[in-house]
Design a protein around this ligand. Structure first.
Ligand code: SAM
Length: 456
């Protein structure tokens, strides 16, 4: 009797404890299944970016998850003067003024800064050590690091095949410093102080001010008075250094924010906005229609603006300037928006192939740009592989397969102008480009950009 009771009791308690367990914690496999693409993106970033950005990661992460900050780029084809006044009235600051504040400091301290920022960091094909190091680094190594970064468990993906480790891995190359000797001042290719040369009027709120701009409105010419965009978009376009008469290609242009900025400089003779899909090209058209009056008559028919529908890798014309704002893991979007999220399980293959596509687009841009012309490679990810890693892959391919010579421009000092407006990642983390990191106080980016100039 006693025994029977005891058994019943045990069974019941087992049942209760199971029930309790069921309510308390969900099995790991169910948890995994219930994860959204945003959760997956954030888990992934926590794992890998915490290694890259170390103690800075929590604040970058916080920025990434918080409200993004915008700039308002005044439309010169609407009522520009009135719009400038209105924006100033509501307390927005003209970015040109912000940049100007730092300019004096830069000129006063030029000699000191020049040493501190190692301004002779100009990378050329004939830099022997650089070439050897790059040679030792295989494309597979970069892919391998990327697949580890992006999906260590997905064995069926091509890039995760086992590749023997080499002495100089991609990751070791983060310690790879420029090798050019300090020569003379004349060897330093000074970057122009871009902003003041343009008719660009860009407004933002000061650090810590989280006010929003209201939606743009149609002006007397029937087109919108300003364009709101992530402030990160401005610097890659300024780095492009568009000059009067230039023929400019925006290789991956949709929805058209950077093309809009390029057009607003009023400098180029011709801007070609390209994208690979019809729907994305249509978006460029719609944006341009909202901002350029008489779009067909004054722009498209006169060939000042072309909207083209091509895979960037198949473009064959020559250009003075090319911006390559590639598809990437769009980190801010990936942690916040479920729609079109690249961390969706069915997009793993596409995600893993991103660096390959990015490098191919950049290689093509390098081949297309005229001698003396600039290319700016940019992304909106913090991923070292999609940023410097891709620049590295592209340079390697160019050096191995062509006689083209490329210089990577160090913008460190020019960017000191922008420190009142942006938070940059520690430059020691980068070999080639520059990275704007999100931050609660000035929540732009992430934006990576790297300026290359074709010299031969
Ligand atoms: C980051 S978005 C560009 C954003 C744009 N530059 C801007 O500032 O508004 C990347 C774009 O690349 C396009 N794209 C993807 N693969 C491409 C390819 N092979 N050739 C050209 N464009 C491509 C995508 O359709 C997408 O519109």
């Amino acid at each position: 009797m006693l025994t029977r009771n005891f058994i019943v009791k045990i069974n019941l308690s087992k049942y209760h404890s199971l029930k309790r367990f069921k309510h308390k914690a969900t099995h790991w496999s169910i948890q995994k299944k219930n994860k959204t693409s945003c959760d997956r993106a954030l888990d992934h970033f926590d794992e890998f970016y915490s290694q890259t950005f170390a103690e800075d990661w929590p604040s970058i992460r916080h920025g990434l998850l918080s409200k993004q900050k915008y700039i308002a780029v005044v439309n010169n084809f609407s009522d520009a003067d009135q719009t400038n006044l209105n924006l100033e009235k509501i307390g927005a600051l003209n970015v040109r003024t912000l940049f100007q504040l730092e300019k004096q400091y830069i000129s006063d301290n030029y000699a000191k800064l020049r040493q501190k920022y190692n301004l002779t960091k100009i990378w050329k094909k004939d830099e022997k050590i650089a070439r050897e190091l790059v040679k030792n680094d295989s494309v597979e190594n970069v892919y391998q690091s990327y697949s580890l970064e992006h999906n260590s468990s997905n064995a069926e993906i091509d890039f995760t095949r086992v590749i023997p480790q080499q002495d100089v891995s991609f990751l070791n190359l983060t310690e790879f410093m420029p090798v050019t000797k300090l020569k003379g001042l004349e060897d330093w290719i000074a970057e122009p102080q871009h902003l003041e040369n343009y008719n660009l009027n860009v407004y933002c709120y000061e650090i810590g001010n989280h006010n929003d701009f209201s939606s743009p409105k149609n002006g007397t010419t029937g087109v919108l008075n300003y364009y709101l965009m992530d402030g990160g978009s401005l610097l890659p376009v300024l780095a492009l250094d568009v000059k009067p008469g230039d023929k400019v290609l925006d290789m991956c242009a949709s929805p058209g924010g950077k093309s809009y900025l390029i057009l607003q400089t009023l400098y180029p003779d011709q801007v070609i906005c390209n994208d690979v899909t019809k729907s994305r090209a249509k978006r460029i058209y719609n944006v341009m229609k909202q901002y350029l009056y008489d779009l067909e008559e004054k722009w498209l028919n006169q060939n000042k603006l072309q909207i083209s529908l091509m895979d960037g890798r198949d473009i064959r014309d020559g250009f003075d300037k090319i911006i390559v704002d590639v598809p990437c893991t769009t980190d801010r979007h990936s942690v916040k928006e479920l729609e079109n999220n690249i961390f969706r399980p069915d997009r793993i293959k596409e995600r893993l192939k991103l660096p390959e596509l990015q490098a191919e687009l950049l290689v093509q841009a390098i081949k297309l740009v005229k001698i003396g012309g600039n290319i700016v490679y940019s992304t909106c990810t913090l991923s070292p592989i999609q940023n410097d890693g891709v620049v590295h892959l592209a340079l390697k391919q160019i050096w191995e397969e062509t006689d083209i010579e490329i210089a990577i421009k160090d913008l460190s000092v020019a960017l000191l102008q922008a420190t009142k407006m942006y938070k940059f990642a520690d430059q020691k983390l980068m070999k080639y480009g520059h990275l704007i990191v999100p931050n609660l106080q000035i929540n732009f980016g992430p934006t990576y950009f790297c300026k290359l100039q074709r010299i031969k």
